[in-house]
Design a binder for this molecule. Structure first.
Ligand SMILES: Nc1ncnc2c1ncn2[C@@H]1O[C@H](COP(=O)(O)OP(=O)(O)OP(=O)(O)O)[C@@H](O)[C@H]1O
Length: 369
């Protein structure tokens, strides 16, 4: 059964200008036409460069950034149609795990108070004895000792703090968890432990996950299906193994070719596809296919004028579930379309912003699990 059904979701943030910043002078098209479905019990991994709109989409799914267009249906309820009270109750079913638990957990609260707070908001702490039992069960589930209840967030290591963040999300017995870069603030040695914990909890509690990450290795390890996002929308979607075996979109191919091979002494026969040019500003996205300014296979004039929709392709061995938003995916795949040099495009650096740490292309920070 479908738990998440997002259709044509848009989140456009107004850019304020004028003398006293009271006028809307433009929009940041952070999310622009996202279609995404997640089955109950599934893990969907969302990847893409920093600034492509992953977090904003995750927040829009949970109605934390209210979409400016499209619809989000969770477990049969169209969130836009819910009353304030119904939406408040619905929040029990959909929780978020953040990248940096230290900034998402109130430093003045003990773990006990942090966990009880969420439970109380949904009427799950009325019976003190039952709530106490539940607190201990939650800690055991995330691998923390009962003594952790009286401690403050700063008294834990990064990995333990993320366990507290996960326990807090779990405390209200949710169906869906959106995990936004859940391990990227952690040491590589701890990352695998937290990923394994998320997998165990999914099995134990029947959870559905949207995992947002810039790290292709993390996403590959944990996801059933993967969506690749570029400038506010999906450019490719497939079962994880299918995507990694045969990336079809030029952007996905570039992402994959940036990943170091696990064994550096082994001969690396993959094609190298380096992305040229900066990520265009989401305040001024390119017309047509949003990737055309960086695409070595761009064809005039279809790519600059017609925005491609996600579609299945007719390529032998590529399943119907593998969809790509590229007019020329078949020609690129079979080599009948030749590559050309990508002209450097002048991008206004002020509008583009500085890539964050962890940006795949800046740091190549892919960890192997
Ligand atoms: N509240 C906001 N107001 C205006 N612009 C915003 C707001 N939140 C995000 N943006 C912009 O929307 C775009 C998408 O941001 P978002 O954080 O969703 O991307 P991301 O892919 O999650 O990147 P990162 O991994 O760096 O968080 C960026 O250009 C960002 O600057």
């Amino acid at each position: 059964m479908k738990l998440v059904d997002a259709k044509d979701v848009a989140v456009h943030f107004p850019i304020k200008g004028g003398v006293i910043f009271d006028k809307t002078v433009g929009y940041v098209y952070a999310v622009d036409g996202m279609d995404l479905q997640i089955e109950e019990g599934e893990t969907y991994g969302l990847v893409g460069e920093s600034g492509c709109g992953k977090s904003t989409f995750g927040r829009a799914l949970l109605w934390l950034d209210e979409p400016t267009g499209g619809s989000v249906t969770i477990d049969g309820d169209d969130l836009a149609t819910l009353s304030k009270e119904s939406l408040r109750r619905k929040r029990k079913d959909m929780q978020m795990v953040f990248q940096d638990p230290l900034s998402s957990l109130d430093p003045r609260q003990t773990v006990e108070s942090l966990l009880l707070e969420g439970m109380a908001a949904h009427g799950l702490a009325k019976d003190k004895k039952a709530a106490n039992t539940r607190l201990r069960e939650l800690l055991a589930a995330v691998g923390l000792p009962p003594q952790a209840l009286s401690k403050y967030p700063h008294e834990f290591s990064g990995g333990q703090r993320q366990r507290v963040g996960i326990a807090r999300a779990l405390s209200v017995d949710p169906k869906l968890i959106v995990a936004d870069e859940p391990v990227s603030a952690l040491d590589v040695s701890v990352q695998a432990q937290v990923i394994n914990l998320l997998e165990d909890l999914q099995e134990q509690f029947g959870l559905t996950y949207l995992v947002i990450s810039h790290d292709l290795a993390v996403v590959r390890h944990i996801s059933d299906r993967v969506g690749v996002m570029y400038l506010g929308a999906l450019v490719e979607e497939a079962h994880a193994d299918d995507l990694y075996a045969a990336p079809l979109h030029p952007y996905t191919r570039a992402l994959m070719s940036a990943v170091p091979v696990p064994d550096p002494t082994a001969e690396d026969t993959r094609e190298r596809l380096l992305l040229t040019g900066d990520l265009p500003s989401p305040a001024n996205p390119p017309s047509g296919c949003r990737f055309h300014t960086r695409c070595p296979w761009k064809q005039a004039t279809r790519c600059d004028t017609e925005r491609p929709q996600l579609r299945s392709v007719s390529i032998d061995g590529i399943p119907e579930t593998h969809r790509v938003a590229c007019h020329f995916a078949e020609g690129i795949f079979d080599g009948s379309l030749t590559e050309h040099e990508v002209e450097a495009v002048a991008v206004d650096p002020a509008a583009t912003g500085t890539p964050d740490e962890g940006d795949l292309f800046q740091h190549g920070s892919i960890s192997e699990l």
